[in-house]
Design a protein. Structure first.
Length: 345
């Protein structure tokens, strides 16, 4: 069975802690249904644009948005088809698993749906490659990466999928599983074309199954596309002799942290705006008390000492503000003694 080679670094661990913390904040924030729909649609369109753009699709974010809305667009047939395929896959990501299990059959279906009517040879859709391929610079023609020989593909994929569904894999953090899967899939390069899009969709599927796509607001593709050179360099950084993917996982988890932080800020802003309206309509708060509530919404927690520093006030004055907010049923204490802090109730 495939066994990933990596070690936990401070950077990876810190990223995972921040990702998990941000996830909890997002899940506990108040989001009205129409906001959820809007955030989900935005993430879908951004992910589709980014993942197809990385592989050379010329359509802009605005054009991808038009296609997502079912509007007509004057563009090359192949470019439109690639986008429509990826949109459909992400919208129906639940179709590529059964009872939480991802099999080779589903991976082949995933590739077939992603590449439908876009490859020069339609027989390549949803079929492991039987020819040698390489990853190269389109301008210089220089070979960047030579994947395993065609005869090795079926066995490598079998071992990878066995690991993906193993108890060992399930013990790992979902973002680590997604990161390992993304790299190993790209390394095997099981298809003639469309490997990048399929790898990124597979990572999305894993996060979805592990409930780490955060209500489907969370998409990593945008991060990859924001600096494609960094993305490819991270993939190329792996020594093909040792296959130590520690550097890649540092990059991958960093992307998760940055991406989820953006979602968190957006969600908290929407949630806070609503909360402020409710509070101002029902409860009379001073500017200082309002800033305390806003700070807790944005950061998840606040201590008495931090309140003292924020307003340059005494411990007694800070406690007075805290007491008032507790009485108003807006915040509550957690912890005890010197470790006590305050959260939104």
């Amino acid at each position: 069975m495939f066994k990933p080679n990596f070690k936990y670094t401070h950077r990876i661990v810190n990223n995972l802690v921040e990702i998990t913390s941000a996830r909890e904040v997002i899940l506990n924030a108040y989001i009205v249904p129409k906001w959820e729909i809007s955030l989900r649609k935005e993430a879908l369109i951004r992910a589709t644009h980014a993942s197809t753009a990385i592989e050379g699709n010329p359509l802009s974010l605005e054009e991808v948005s038009k296609l997502a809305q079912g509007r007509e667009l004057t563009a090359a047939r192949k470019a439109k088809q690639e986008v429509l395929n990826y949109l459909s896959v992400l919208e129906n990501i639940d179709n590529y698993q059964e009872n939480g299990k991802i099999t080779e059959k589903f991976i082949l279906k995933l590739h077939k749906d992603i590449t439908k009517n876009t490859l020069d040879n339609l027989s390549y859709e949803g079929e492991y490659r039987n020819i040698q391929v390489y990853v190269g610079n389109r301008i210089t023609g220089k070979v960047i990466f030579l994947p395993p020989a065609p005869k090795e593909v079926a066995d490598l994929m079998k071992k990878f999928v066995e690991w993906l569904n193993s108890k060992e894999a399930q013990l790992l953090h979902p973002v680590i599983i997604a990161g390992i899967s993304h790299y190993e899939f790209v390394r095997i390069h099981p298809f003639v074309d469309g490997n990048g899009r399929t790898a990124r969709a597979l990572a999305t599927l894993i996060l979805y199954l592990k409930k780490f796509d955060i209500k489907r607001f969370f998409a990593l593709d945008d991060y990859y596309d924001s600096d494609r050179a960094l993305y490819y360099n991270a993939l190329k950084s792996v020594d093909q002799k040792t296959l130590d993917i520690t550097n890649w996982l540092e990059y991958f988890t960093e992307g998760g942290f940055i991406s989820i932080s953006k979602v968190k800020e957006r969600v908290l802003q929407l949630s806070l705006e609503r909360r402020k309206k409710v509070i101002r309509g029902q409860i009379a708060l001073t500017d200082r008390q309002m800033k305390i509530v806003e700070h807790i919404y944005k950061n998840g927690r606040l201590t008495s000492g931090e309140i003292q520093k924020m307003f340059k006030i005494s411990r007694q004055a800070a406690y007075k503000e805290i007491k008032k907010l507790i009485e108003l049923n807006l915040i509550k204490p957690k912890g005890s003694g010197k470790a006590v802090y305050y959260v939104i109730k």
